[in-house]
Ligand binder design. Structure first.
Ligand code: NDP
Length: 243
């Protein structure tokens, strides 16, 4: 059986992606780092929508945890494989660069960039044999496309993810695997709580923050059969803020 793995599926955009993709007929593996209660709620929402879900906690930035979780999953699912990977786990820890602590720089890059590397390397072993094919969707950001002040760490990580998307897309295309990125602007989740929303909305042509479900819809499109010829692309979802 084919499975979908969504990293950071416990909350926000990841949760909406889990619920939306569950309707595509494949069970969803909900990854998260520490928020088990929120992950359980995502599982409940997937089941409520008629889908199947399992929790798969690990820290994407810790290669030993990634391998241990995948070893355990593979041992209990010998006839199954992961055909869709959504690299969504991410954090932000903003500061102006001249005051940025080593840990602020490192933790943001570790989660977005190292996290992408460890789990994607592992999952490609599911997709590549016998040209089974697959879909990889990386959630980058407007920050990675345009750069945003106070986010040199986050912008660097997300821009790096775009570079990796384009390189990997060319590597694995002959094996029937597509690799694309989605770059959201401001989306209403816990990550954007505390931002000056009214001020920011004045800059957005559509006049509001986006909803997690609006990002999930684009992920579903890229997962679909009809998107087989789209690879190495970045889809911006930002209400016209930057094109
Ligand atoms: P949230 O803060 O709402 O959720 C973050 C998710 O990532 C949680 O599920 C969290 O798990 C998980 N996570 C964080 N670190 C790790 C880790 N080391 N290992 C595994 N899981 C981890 O964020 P959003 O939903 O807003 O963002 C999702 C993605 O979209 C991120 O990559 C973000 O950078 C990107 N994005 C968001 C935008 C926005 O406006 N919201 C705009 C552009 C991009 P747990 O619950 O266990 O903490």
């Amino acid at each position: 059986m084919k499975y979908i793995l969504v990293t950071g599926g416990s909350r926000g955009i990841g949760r909406a992606v889990c619920v939306r993709l569950a309707s595509m007929g494949m069970p969803v593996l909900i990854n998260y780092k520490s928020n088990a209660g929120a992950a359980q709620e995502t599982k409940r929402l997937v089941q409520e929508a008629g889908g199947e879900a399992e929790l798969l906690p690990f820290d994407v930035a810790d290669p030993a945890m990634v391998d241990a979780a995948m070893d355990a999953w593979e041992a209990t699912h010998p006839d199954d494989y992961i055909a869709v990977l959504v690299n969504n786990a991410g954090i932000r820890d903003d500061n102006v660069l001249f005051m940025m602590a080593d840990e602020q720089w490192k933790s943001v890059l570790d989660t977005t960039l190292d996290g992408f590397f460890y789990i994607t390397r592992r999952i490609l072993k599911h997709m590549m044999p016998r040209r089974r094919g697959g879909r990889i969707i990386n959630i980058t950001s407007l920050s990675g496309v345009k750069g945003l002040p106070g986010q040199a760490n986050y912008s660097a990580a997300k821009a790096g993810l775009i570079g990796a998307t384009k390189a990997l897309a060319q590597e694995v295309a002959p094996r029937g695997v597509t690799v694309n990125a989605i770059a959201p602007g401001f989306i209403s989740t816990e990550m954007t709580e505390g931002l000056p929303k009214e001020e920011l909305e004045k800059m957005i042509p559509v006049g509001r923050f986006g909803r997690p479900e609006e990002v999930a819809e684009a992920v579903a499109f890229l997962v679909g059969e009809n998107a087989a010829y789209i690879t190495g692309e970045v889809i911006n979802i930002n209400g016209g803020l930057y094109t």
